[in-house]
Unconditional design. Structure first.
Ligand code: ZN
Length: 310
């Protein structure tokens, strides 16, 4: 008996060593699909669709700005070893483009999530950072399209669990449709002339287009463009002239810019409030209410409506 246990141990050790050498370690070693997603929003969507059949890791944590994010050597290894890679695209992950181009040349299963949306639904922009606004997650209906595409991608790679992914996606999409209705209902509480959303950078274009807000960001579409003094001056004039009651801080952008704007408005004899913190390019902390996409969208619309409808 002892002999048999000894053989089993040696064989197990051998298998473990071989797995380590082949570079296949971490890939489906627990029967789960190994998925890497760049942003917290995408990781959350993959988690919702993949359920227990996938192991998802988001490269960027809460509060991390994807426009400025630089992949570490460890990230590149994780991307290389993953079964499936999901990223936003449309230049959101500005500094990671080359890595994804490289991976795409190597037959890797990669989903450029936002680029599955048809061009006529994207907001065209004239910027140094691509031709379309990348912040598609703020239109819940567009995000549903992304979720559907995640389901397709996981099912293609892992046909055995196709039914699981379908069921999870269907349930999640139902939840997202309710979320979309919730946002529409809450927006009605803000008088039409007060539907102006001013934030740290231009992340809310899709939100504005879908839910009927005029949106303005102090910085442009990418936080890689610094706000100039002229930007602060123009926006401060606008806020004071139109008596906009509140402006908003973003979780992934330093607060100092919005504070400078508030001061500039005060110098024009009008008091604008900081209406609270919105989650723009990342979700909140895991485990908190805002740690999921649904929780984040609810937090944002509640914060916006509560401040602007005062
Ligand atoms: Zn952004």
């Amino acid at each position: 008996m002892k002999k048999i246990i000894g053989y089993v141990c040696i064989i197990t050790l051998l298998i473990m060593t071989m797995a380590g050498c082949s570079g296949q370690v971490d890939q489906e070693d627990d029967g789960k699909l190994n998925v890497i997603a760049t942003t917290t929003m995408l990781a959350d969507a993959v988690r919702a669709v993949g359920g227990d059949s996938v192991k998802v890791e988001g490269l960027m944590g809460p509060g991390i700005d994807p426009h400025l994010y630089k992949a570490s050597a460890g990230d590149v290894t994780k991307i290389r070893e993953a079964n499936v890679v999901v990223y936003n695209g449309l230049y959101l992950e500005g500094k990671m483009g080359e890595i994804f181009d490289d991976m795409a040349r190597q037959n890797k299963t990669i989903l450029k999530a936002a680029e599955v949306i048809s061009e006529d639904k994207l907001i065209p922009v004239d910027s140094d950072y691509g031709n379309y606004d990348p912040h598609v997650w703020f239109n819940v209906e567009l995000w549903i399209e992304v979720v559907e595409e995640i389901e397709k991608t996981l099912s293609n790679y892992d046909e055995e669990n196709k039914e699981v992914y379908k069921k999870n996606a269907d349930n999640y999409i139902k939840e997202l449709k309710d979320l979309h209705s919730y946002v529409e209902e809450r927006v009605k509480e803000v008088p039409k002339e007060k539907r102006v959303l001013i934030t740290a950078h231009d992340a809310f274009g899709y939100f504005g287009e879908k839910y009927g807000f005029e949106v303005m960001g102090l910085q442009g579409l990418s936080t890689a463009t610094e706000a100039g003094t002229a930007d602060v001056r123009n926006l401060a004039d606008y806020i004071a002239e139109n008596e906009i009651p509140a402006i908003f801080v973003e979780s992934s952008v330093p607060v100092k810019n919005i504070e400078a704007l508030k001061d500039a408005v005060a110098a024009r004899g009008f008091k604008v409030e900081i209406g609270g913190e919105l989650f723009s390019d990342s979700l909140g902390d895991p485990g908190s209410e805002e740690g999921t996409y649904v929780g984040t969208i609810k937090h944002n619309i509640d914060t916006i409506v509560d401040s602007l409808s005062k």
